[in-house]
Design a protein around this ligand. Structure first.
Ligand code: NIG
Ligand code: FE
Length: 439
C-alpha cells in the first residue's frame, strides 16, 4: 500500500515509546544465556496492519517508512507484548477464602485435594450461565492487567456432564482475550470413585473423544494427591492417540515422577515442579517441554513463612528457581489462577512475586511471561513477542521502563491494551497524546 509520500500505509503506528521490549528469542524460546538478554528499543515504534505487526524498530526508522490513519504517541511509556497466561483454572464457581483464613491463623487445614473437591461441589451446582459470566468477568480483569491469551482448564467437574460443560463454556467465551481450553479430567479422584481408582481412570479416558471437540490439550495431575505415574501414563497414551497435546501438573506436593513423565511424552508443559528431582530437571533441560512456575502459589500457600502450618516444600526458593534457570530448561511463569492455591488473576502480580520470591531478573521474568509462555502453548510463532508477522497483541504501560513494572507492586500499571490490532483497553495513550504517563 504505497502513498503519495512513498510511504507504506498502515492502520496503526505506536511511536516514541520510552522503551519497547520485543521479548523475542531465537527459535521462539529464551533459555540458557538468552533468558537474561532482553531486547530493548529506546524511542521505539510499532506498525500494525489489520491483526498483524508489520514492523518494529526505532521511531525514526518507522516514521520514515510508514504512515498511518491512527498514531499513538507512547512518549514516556513502555510498550510490550501482551502477556500469555499458560495455566489457569479460569472456569469455576465458589470461593475458598474461609479455609484459607485457617491456614493464615495456623489452625488445622484440609489438604489441597479436599479443597479441589469443595470447588468441585460448587462448580457442579453452578449453571453454565453462571460459570460463563464469572469467567468473562475474570477475563476482563486479566485483560486490564495485560494478558491477551489465557489457557483455561476443566477439572472441577470430574464427571461426564460437568467436565464437558466446563469445556464447552471455556471454548465459547466471547471475549477479546484468546482462551485456550484444556481437558483436566485427571485432576484428583472425585468422591464417587474414592474406592475405584481404576474406574475413574477409565472414565477420564472414555471422555477423551468428547473433550477433544473443545480442547486440543489434555492435562494430567501427576502428584501424590492426584494420580500415580502409571495411571498418568495410561491416560497420556490414550490422550495422544486421540490427538491431544499434553500438559502435566507435576510434583507439586511431592515427587511423583511427573516431570519425567512429561518429558517422556513430549508434553508441551510441565507445571509446578516444586519437588522435581535433579534428574528430572536435567531431563527437562534436554527437552522442549516448558517448565511453568507459580510464585502466586508459593506466596498464597504461605510456603515462605517459617513455622507456618504448611511449611515450605523447598527451604530455599531462590536456589530452587536458579537451579531450574541454570539447567537451561525453557521456563515460563503463570498465575495458576484458581480459588484454592492461587486466587490471583494478574500476570503483573506474578511478575512482581517472581522477583521477590524467586529472585529472577527483570529480563528473565519478561521472557517467562511472554515468549516462553507462548512456547508452553505451542504458539510462539504467533504470539508472545513484538515481531513482524505476529499477532498485534500489545500493552502500552503508564510507566516508562520494563523494570518499573516489576519494581512497583500492588497497583495496575497497564494503560492501553491492543488485541489483534484493535484498541481494546483504552487508556490515556489511546485517548490523547501524553498525560497520565510517569517518568
Ligand atoms: O495448584 N494438583 C492440583 N493443584 C491445583 C490446585 C487447584 C485448587 O486448589 O483448586 C493447582 O494447580
Ligand atoms: Fe493448576
Amino acid at each position: 500500500m504505497g502513498t503519495a509520500t512513498g510511504k507504506q500505509g498502515v492502520e496503526l503506528l505506536v511511536v516514541h515509546a520510552a522503551e519497547l521490549v520485543t521479548c523475542r528469542a531465537p527459535g521462539g524460546r529464551a533459555r540458557g544465556e538468552a533468558l537474561d538478554r532482553l531486547e530493548v528499543i529506546r524511542d521505539g515504534a510499532l506498525a500494525i496492519r489489520g491483526e498483524r505487526i508489520v514492523a518494529v524498530g526505532p521511531t525514526a526508522e518507522l516514521a520514515a517508512h510508514y504512515t498511518a490513519s491512527t498514531v499513538l504517541d507512547a512518549t514516556g511509556r513502555l510498550v510490550s507484548p501482551g502477556f500469555v497466561d499458560a495455566h489457569t483454572h479460569l472456569v469455576h464457581a465458589g470461593s475458598r477464602h474461609d479455609e484459607w483464613q485457617d491456614l493464615v491463623r495456623e489452625r488445622p487445614v484440609a489438604g489441597i485435594d479436599a479443597g479441589i473437591r469443595r470447588t468441585l461441589r460448587a462448580t457442579r451446582a453452578a449453571s453454565s450461565a453462571e460459570l460463563r459470566s464469572r469467567a468473562l468477568a475474570d477475563l476482563d480483569v486479566m485483560l486490564r492487567h495485560g494478558a491477551t491469551t489465557v489457557e483455561a482448564k476443566s477439572g472441577y467437574g470430574l464427571d461426564h456432564e460437568t467436565e464437558l460443560r466446563m469445556l464447552s463454556v471455556a471454548a465459547a467465551l466471547d471475549h477479546p482475550v484468546e482462551v485456550v481450553p484444556t481437558y483436566l479430567g485427571a485432576h484428583v479422584l472425585p468422591p464417587e470413585y474414592a474406592d475405584d481408582r481404576a474406574g475413574y481412570v477409565d472414565l477420564v479416558i472414555s471422555l477423551l473423544p468428547a473433550a477433544r471437540r473443545y480442547a486440543a490439550y489434555c492435562d494430567i495431575a501427576c502428584d501424590p494427591i492426584s494420580f500415580t505415574a502409571a495411571e498418568c501414563e495410561q491416560i497420556a497414551a490414550a490422550a495422544v492417540e486421540h490427538g491431544f497435546r499434553l500438559r502435566v501438573h507435576a510434583d507439586q506436593t511431592g515427587d511423583a515422577s511427573g516431570t519425567a513423565l512429561a518429558v517422556r511424552f513430549g508434553a508441551s508443559s510441565t507445571d509446578h515442579l516444586d519437588e522435581a528431582t535433579p534428574d528430572a530437571i536435567a531431563a527437562l533441560a534436554g527437552s522442549d517441554t516448558v517448565g511453568v512456575l507459580f510464585p502466586g502459589v508459593t506466596l498464597h500457600m504461605l510456603e515462605t513463612v517459617p513455622g507456618s502450618a504448611r511449611p515450605p516444600l523447598r527451604s530455599n526458593r531462590p536456589a530452587w528457581a536458579r537451579r531450574l534457570v541454570d539447567s537451561g530448561a525453557t521456563l515460563a511463569l503463570s498465575t495458576d489462577y484458581n480459588p484454592g492455591t492461587s486466587p490471583t488473576p494478574s500476570m503483573q502480580t506474578v511478575m512482581q512475586l517472581a522477583a521477590r520470591l524467586y529472585r529472577l531478573s527483570y529480563a528473565e521474568i519478561w521472557h517467562m511471561c511472554t515468549i516462553n509462555a507462548a512456547a508452553a502453548l505451542d504458539r510462539s510463532a504467533e504470539i508472545g513477542s513484538l515481531e513482524p508477522g505476529k499477532r498485534a497483541d500489545v500493552v502500552i504501560w503508564s510507566v516508562p521502563e520494563h523494570g518499573v513494572v516489576i519494581h512497583r507492586f500492588g497497583a495496575n500499571l497497564v494503560d492501553t491494551v491492543i488485541v489483534r490490532g484493535q484498541t481494546t483497553v483504552q487508556g490515556r495513550a489511546a485517548r490523547a497524546g501524553g498525560d497520565g504517563r510517569q517518568t
